[in-house]
Design a protein around this ligand. Structure first.
Ligand code: KG4
Ligand code: ZN
Length: 341
């Protein structure tokens, strides 16, 4: 084994083409992110076919830029890692085919990575995970509580039964009239309003760590439509604050309950919605009063990027997990199947 492990990681599961070079699992030598947000804005959301085309256009230059910025050649790279899923299948396949080509041409091991494992390991880039860990995953496609006894040991203890939290944010934002992606804009607006609408908090069954956001999303959208149909004014900041408070209260309540039931050392938060200011401050307050260590990555590591894929890949590589040239993208992939015993 080299004195240092160098991994080139590729992420292309949604609307960011990203390539990173990671040393020893935590040192980011480069993390290039080519965002497609501007292109998808005009459609109000990610158009899968458009996303795939942008990945094809950008992937080669992004790989070159990541290697150049890191000042590393493919010869020095120990392994090539890539997001296998979950995600948009056409988008995933662009990254997977680029990774296979590199692995084949340079005779390097190919490491398949679960996208959500990547989001979890984004935390590890800044501060070592302190097991046992509870992870709250809040992204555009996922809302989950995942318990980890150790590295690469994933147990999903709760998940959304309908919409993901980011999806609810984006739909509410669109109805308010904000552009895509609406989550960050609802977050900004929420600071300016009052919690004056009594939107539901959906707790589901007692002791369940599952979530449900579709009822809340519909309640907010119906409220906006009803008021507008009557030709009345609505205070959009108040709607944003009331919606955000409802989401945050449930996410925080369930996360704290899960941390106590599983007696963990650390709560980590991952995924795009982890950069939400309301969620971050409510979680830090709750964790402080319950004596739970909280870790949330910097905003730039919360959204999709390849450094997080490289961080997870480091452990997969040392556990001997590799794929051959038949590796395929999987749009809905079970994270528990990535558990290494
Ligand atoms: O993890 P991510 O970059 O992509 C997925 O894997 O889904 O998450 C994107 C999601 C979008 O729904 C976006 O609106 C949401 O994260 N988001 C936010 C904030 N920043 C990003 N939602 C609420 N508040 C934010 N500050
Ligand atoms: Zn993501």
């Amino acid at each position: 084994m080299n004195e240092a492990t160098i991994i080139l990681a590729i992420e292309s599961s949604c609307d960011e083409t990203s390539v990173s070079v990671i040393k020893d699992g935590t040192e980011i030598l480069s993390n290039i992110v080519l965002s497609q947000i501007e292109s998808h804005k005009r459609f109000g959301g990610v158009v899968p076919e458009v996303a795939s085309r942008h990945h094809v256009e950008g992937i080669t230059a992004t790989i070159d830029e990541a290697l150049n910025t890191a000042d590393v050649t493919m010869k020095q790279v120990d392994a090539v890692a890539v997001t296998q899923g979950p995600g948009l299948i056409g988008a995933l396949l662009v990254g997977i085919n680029a990774a296979k080509a590199l692995a084949f041409a340079y005779d390097k091991p190919l490491i398949p990575v679960h996208h959500i494992a990547g989001h979890i390991y984004a935390n590890h880039l800044e501060k070592p995970l302190q097991f046992p860990v509870m992870s709250l995953i809040v992204s555009g496609g996922h809302t989950e509580l995942i318990y980890m006894k150790n590295h690469l040991n994933f147990e999903v203890i709760g998940e959304t039964r309908d919409d993901a939290v980011g999806e609810a944010y984006d739909k509410v934002a669109r109805t308010i009239g904000l552009s895509y992606p609406g989550g960050p804009q609802v977050d900004k607006l929420a600071v300016q309003g009052q919690d004056s609408y009594d939107f539901p908090r959906v707790w589901l069954d007692k002791d369940s760590y599952d979530f449900s956001f579709s009822g809340l999303k519909s309640a907010v959208i119906n409220k906006l439509h009803n008021v507008r149909q009557k030709g009345l004014e609505i205070n959009e900041a108040d709607v944003a604050t009331s919606f955000q408070n409802s989401v945050v209260e449930v996410l925080v309540g369930k996360s704290i309950a899960a941390c106590e039931a599983y007696n963990v050392n650390q709560l980590i938060v991952a995924g795009g919605v982890a950069s939400n200011k309301g969620l971050r401050s409510a979680l830090s307050e709750a964790c402080e009063s319950h004596n739970i260590t909280l870790s949330i990555p910097s905003p730039k590591l919360c959204t999709d990027n390849a450094a997080m894929i490289g961080a997870a890949a480091h452990y997969l590589y040392h556990a001997g997990i590799t794929a051959d040239m038949t590796l395929n993208g999987v749009n809905s992939l079970d994270i528990e199947a990535f558990t290494v015993k």
